[in-house]
Design a protein around this ligand. Structure first.
Ligand code: ARG
Length: 632
């Protein structure tokens, strides 16, 4: 980049970093190009360069240029915008070292970079930055202008399944999206803490303990805690249903059922759980074992998705005292009120207009004094704020819980913590429809991954020659299966629901996970067959890359850091995925034109340097999404 800057009079990396906000050409080539255009246009137009810089936008495709300016965005008065566009384009220097003369379409100016200097600067930069290319540690600084300043603190709460209950589509999506968001912020220099807020508390865990007493099996528990606990939970719930039916029948027949009810499973579960909340050692120890064993198993599964958590929190971790405290505070501040012995928040009395009605009247305390899901979330949020003093917290939870999170944030605000509420954000998402497999409805994450892995293995076997080249087909099928599920999930906007389509997601055709992996593996294989060293690549004569195909790949590569910063705005995995597929399409159409193996040595080196940079960027993008790129 230094070299590139030197080609322009008076341009230095330090100068543009000082001049423009978040401008770091040493990690983002586009920043230098943007700064240069802003400088030149400021001279031509007389508009403040600070206004020009942020208005230089990406284009929707390379054929539209590398950067575009909508003339009206500069708010120059007195002339027609399309006339201004022509006038400014005319004044743009013919011999600019970085850009060709801009093209005019209506009131848009499209800027096309000159390929030679771009290629010469971007490829070595990617080679050198490697895994760092696309990361931007400056964004997470409390003071972005001061590199010594502290990093901002981010909490991402995601996955959050319920112990002894199925891991449903909502948890799957939360896991995928949350893992990605945590990576995204980490790459942007934030100090990220990943929290899994388990559903692990409530009367149902008293019932589960009864189920274990009745049907539990130590061996089965240890071997497969998640399935065993679920099995117990289902059985004991069935017993309870039968019992309830009998009691109802007797009641209907006019019999006295008081004694039966006092000894019912439901009542026993309630008493058991009550003891747990009163710190009964035996009950707690048992429950803790269920929880620990489940977590240990979850961890293995999360590891397959390249996910780890810094904290396994959960509903059980919210203390009774802290809930007493907020309950009292809510009452004192007139936020909650009594209703038939229970406590509720009537938002219509607290928040004016339609919003108040929309927030409804959630309960925060039951008649028997037990706290609820919402109450626990209130205490937990305040606790996290104290423990981490976060700058931002994201809850990755299905859109079915939109209301719940709105209520939560509003109560925090009403409690007088407006500034904390402002730091919290609900990242929601739509549903997965028809998530079932050949073996029936999916219950656990492991089942989903096993099924797609098997399906993928079948697909791979269809191509015998290629199949025989894969060293460990099971392991590869497993990774490809995971990629299938993840890419399908991240293909659309988060809020859209989609159909779980095993056939489509495991195909090598179309913009799928396996195709993305194939594209990555293909570049790896070229590198293997070329047999060139890193030094060969570093010494390559890049001026040999004269084809439009090469230039287009580099133009896309140069856009990667900007794609990541744009993703920080959209918070949509599809922003990254769309970019990666553009990249793979550009690559696949280039192979016929840019042969590596079989070309003369110097040409081979130059082209390999190009493909190697593409390999780095594809890999970085895939890892950001949480995928494990395969090389074969
Ligand atoms: N365990 C909950 C469920 O399965 C999700 C928890 C979401 N997070 C929260 N802080 N409420 O529905």
């Amino acid at each position: 980049m230094e070299q590139l800057a030197k080609q322009v009079d008076g341009l230095t990396l330090e100068a543009v970093t000082a001049k423009y906000p978040n401008c770091h050409p040493e990690i983002n080539p586009f920043d230098l190009y943007r700064a240069h255009v802003a400088d030149v246009l400021a001279n031509i137009t007389g508009v403040d360069n600070q206004l020009i810089y942020p208005n230089l936008q990406w284009t929707s495709g390379l054929e539209k240029g590398d950067m575009v300016l909508a003339v009206p965005s500069l708010r120059v008065k007195g002339k027609k915008f399309d006339e201004l566009a022509v006038e400014w384009a005319d004044k743009f220097p013919e011999n600019d070292p970085l850009f060709e003369k801009p093209k005019v379409t209506n009131y848009f100016l499209s800027f096309f970079v000159r390929p030679v200097p771009l290629i010469q600067s971007v490829l070595p930069m990617i080679q050198e930055l490697g895994a760092e290319f696309g990361r931007n540690r400056f964004l997470g600084l409390k003071d972005p202008q001061n590199t010594e300043s502290e990093r901002k603190k981010m909490i991402v709460e995601f996955s959050s399944p319920n112990i002894a209950k199925p891991f449903h589509a909502g948890h799957l999506r939360s896991t995928i999206i949350g893992g990605f968001l945590a990576n995204l912020y980490e790459g942007a220099g934030w100090d990220v803490t990943r929290i899994n807020y388990l559903g692990d508390w409530g009367k149902q865990y008293g019932l589960l303990a009864l189920g274990y007493e009745k049907y539990g099996n130590e061996e089965a528990l240890k071997a497969d805690p998640i399935n065993h606990l679920f099995h117990l939970y289902v059985r004991i719930n069935a017993d309870m249903a039968v019992e309830k039916e009998e009691i109802d029948k007797k009641k209907a027949a006019g019999e006295d059922t008081t004694a039966l009810e006092a000894d019912s499973l439901d009542e026993q579960a309630r008493r058991y759980f009550k003891k747990m909340t009163e710190q009964d050692p035996a009950g707690l120890a048992q429950w803790k074992r269920f929880r620990d064993l489940s977590i240990a198993r979850y961890k293995e599964t999360y590891a397959r998705l390249n996910i780890h958590f810094d904290e396994y929190s959960g509903e059980s971790q919210v203390s009774e005292e802290s809930m007493e405290k907020v309950a009292k505070e809510m009452e004192d501040k007139g936020i909650s009120k009594e209703d038939k012995g229970a406590m509720l928040v009537d938002f219509s009395e607290l928040v004016p207009g339609k919003e108040g009605k929309r927030l409804e009247k959630p309960l925060v305390r039951k008649r028997d004094g037990t706290a609820l899901y919402l109450t626990r979330d209130i205490s937990e949020l305040l606790h996290r704020s104290e423990k981490y003093s976060f700058d931002h917290m994201i809850y990755v939870v299905a859109s079915q819980q939109d209301l719940h999170l709105k209520q939560l944030f509003k109560i925090i605000e009403l409690l007088g913590h407006k500034e904390i509420a402002a730091k919290c954000q609900h990242i929601n998402f739509g549903m997965v429809l028809g998530m079932s497999t050949r073996k029936g409805t999916v219950k656990f994450l492991d089942d989903i991954l096993r099924d797609v892995g098997e399906k993928m293995h079948e697909t791979m076997k269809k191509n015998e020659t290629k199949y025989s080249q894969v060293e460990n087909p099971e392991a590869t099928a497993d990774i490809l299966g995971i990629s299938s599920v993840m890419v399908q999930d991240m293909s659309g906007k988060r809020i859209n629901s989609y159909h779980f389509n095993m056939e489509a997601m495991t195909s090598f055709e179309g913009d799928t996970g396996p195709y993305l992996q194939y594209a990555h593996a293909r570049v790896s294989s070229i590198r293997r067959r070329a047999g060139l060293s890193d030094q060969d690549l570093a010494s390559a004569d890049l001026s040999l890359l004269t084809e439009a195909h090469a230039a287009n790949i580099v133009r896309l590569l140069a856009l990667w850091p900007d794609t990541v910063s744009n993703t920080l705005r959209t918070l949509e995995p599809t922003t990254v995925l769309t970019y990666l597929f553009k990249m793979t399409h550009a690559l696949s159409s280039s192979y016929d034109h840019l042969q590596v193996v079989g070309s003369e040595r110097e040409l081979m080196k130059a082209r390999m340097a190009l493909y190697n940079a593409a390999h780095i960027v594809l890999g970085n993008g895939m890892r950001l999404l949480g995928l494990s790129p395969v090389d074969r």
